[in-house]
Every structure is written in structure tokens, then in C-alpha cells.
Design a protein around this ligand. Sequence first.
Ligand SMILES: *Cc1c(COP(=O)(O)O)cnc(C)c1O
Length: 437
Amino acid sequence: MDPSLKPVLPDTAHVNAKGHLVLGGCDVADLAKEFGTPLYVFDEATLRKRCRAFLQEFRSRYPATQVVYASKAFSNVALARLLQEEGLGLDVVSGGELALARRVEFPAERIYFHGNNKSVEELRMALEYRIGAVVVDGLGELELLERLAAGWGMTQDVMLRVSPGVDPHTHAHTTTGILDSKFGIPIQTGQAEEAMKAALRSPHLNLVGLHFHLGSPIFELEPYRVAIKVVLEFAASFTRQGFQMRAFSPGGGFAIAYLRDTLPPEIGEYAHVITGALREGCERHGLPLPQLVVEPGRAIVGPAGVALYTVGAIKEVPGVRTYVAVDGGMGDNIRPALYGAQYEALLANHMDEADEQRVTIAGKYCESGDVLVRDALLPPVRSGDLIAMPAAGAYAPAMSNNYNMAPRPAIVMVKDGKARLIRRRETYEDLMASDVL
Ligand SMILES: *Cc1c(COP(=O)(O)O)cnc(C)c1O
């Protein structure tokens, strides 16, 4: 296999004697035959290795670290079980994600509930399940949660999500920690101060700490360092009012390699900067070291997932470009159309042939913007070939939809030459199941 592909593919990836891509010991051509395409393939070894790498890299530098997986990157019952086995916690952002956590009996104390507009029903679910902490995103939510907790005569641990006003230099659609954002309570405007005072006064809310999340994916380390400094300074200003910061979270946003020549920092580098800035800031302000909560989503599932498509129509526009259409597209992966996300494309059943033509991988949906990869360099492509798109595990199946009444793909987990279905392909019947005549 071309060694430059190593950063974008799962750890177990290699090419067999037939020139086929092999993932978790399974030839992708066999997977396509057995499960059909489009197909999402998750490599179990890579998933577990990345969970362990986050735990190890952070805890070796800062023992009191909890690694909490951000469910929104990809929610699935088999995945939740695996994360539980690996000792991770779970971030949820909706009643649906919380329902999944309950279904697999995920330990409630390791669940954190985020979101800029949690409903009354969602907050009730969180209280009822006695989750670890609700990460409160505004004064209104704080008052609502206080009323609900008071009504049930209970006390709920909360963290406040503040907005530190730091730009992580990622896409505008995925930037969250700046002043002009729907997420977080701004420090700059004095609203975060107001929320702190209200939380400290609330008899039924126990303010355990502060949270921020800058956006995603963040390829730079400096924004974390700067934001941690800002938030710790803010935290320290409440010491005299009795605030004891027991937990602190710089969120997630850790980048992954989508393209072979755009490499993100190592997990250890993020860990080094974050734990260093936290220690330094706490020392400067005389704060006891809190529990550190890191929330990777993309960085856990992204590199473990590969999308597989079958090539159908090929349209050559002489002198312009060649469109290679595959049997999926914006229905299973809307990221390229939504914010210009880039991926590699590989000819998965001819990995041993030399790249010699530029083609554009188009989807099958009725939108001109439904293009998965522009100008991919590939060996000669024929109808019936298999295209693999690496690093597709995060925010692709998670954002999938049924545009054009297309059933969502099947998802398999591969390990040691065996593939198990973790989500069956939708049927046409599924698509009509909630319609009422
Ligand atoms: C989305 C999100 C994350 C995870 O982001 P990734 O880029 O997937 O790591 C973590 N924390 C919060 C609050 C989020 O909204």
C-alpha cells in the first residue's frame, strides 16, 4: 500500500494480492458483495486504539482526566457499548442521544448533556436519568433547570458553557467559541458573570465547573492555550464568592487526517498543550487542580470509518472533466456539500494500479452540489469498480438523510477477518413507515 495513505486509513488497512483494500482482515470487495453498497466500515481495532490513546496521552500527563465521547459524531448502540467497555463517558446533545445511552444502560454519572436549546422534556429526561452533569448554555436554561430540579426536590450537578471569544480558525459553520455564536455564554459581555452568580445562588443546582468548546476541526494548538487562560482567569474571579471549580472542560474539536498531506497534531500534542495550560493557569490563580474533561468525537470515530461505494455511470465532458458517479453521495455524507469538506478517494479494488487520471466523484442525488470528491487522482475507473472514501466515520452517517427517498446505508464493524452488522440498511418500507395515509 502507498505509505502516504497510512494517516487517512484505519490501522489495520492493507492491500492484498488481488490489489484489494483490506480492513480489519476483511477484503472490501467481499464486504461489498455480502452487505451491498454504499457501506460504512468501522475498524474495531482503530476505534479501541484511539479511545486508549486519548486516555493514555491525557492521564499520563494529568491523571484526573475523563475522556467523554461526543455522541453526535456517530451514535450507535454497538459503538456506545464499545465506548463503555473502554471506560469513556458520553456527551449527548439531544433526547435521542440520551435515549440511546439509556438503551445500552450507559453509566449515568458519565453522561454530560450539551445543547443551546434543550427542551423541558429533554431536561426532565436528564434529571430522571440522574446524569453526571447538565452543561448549561444560557441563563434561561439555568432558571428552567432550577425550577424542574426544585419541583422534584433534587439537586443537579451543572457546568456552565462559556464562550471565551477565541477564534480557532476553522470553517465559519463549525466555529463556536467566538462572540457571535449561538453557543455558550459570552464572557466579554458580562452575561457569563451573571450566569455564574445565578448558578451559585441556585439551591437545586450544584455548579461543579466550567466548559467551553471552540469549534471543529482545530488544526492549531494555540487557540486551546489562549482559551484555557481566559476561562481560568474568569473562574478565579469567583473564588471569593465561593466557587470551587471541580471540573473543567476545553471541549473537543481534535482534528484528524482527511487528506494524506494535511496532517493534524498528534493526540499527545493536544494533551501536552491542554494539560500544560490548565496546570499553569491553576497555579497562577491559586486554584486547586480540577478534573479535566475532554470531549473528542471526530477524533475517535473519524479515522476508524471508511465509506465504500460502487461506481455506476461515467460521464466524460471532453476538455472539461470526467464525472464518476457512485451509488451514494449527499444522503450518506453531506459534509462536502454542506461546508466544502475534502476527502481522499481510492479505487479500492485496484489499489495496486498507478494513478493516472483526474476524475470527479459525484453522488447520485438530484443536486449539482452533490459531489463527494473533486479532482481525485485515480487509476482507470470502470463501472462496477469500488471507491473507498477514508476518514468518513465522523459526521457522515450521523448527518445522513433520506433525500430522494434513498435508504440509509448499512454499517459494519470489522475485526480479525470478521464483519458484523451494527446497523442494517434501511428498506423502502422503513422510508414510508411513519407516513400516514
Ligand atoms: C461537537 C462537540 C464536541 C466534539 O467535537 P469533535 O470535533 O467531534 O471532537 C465536543 N464537545 C461539544 C460541546 C460539542 O458540541
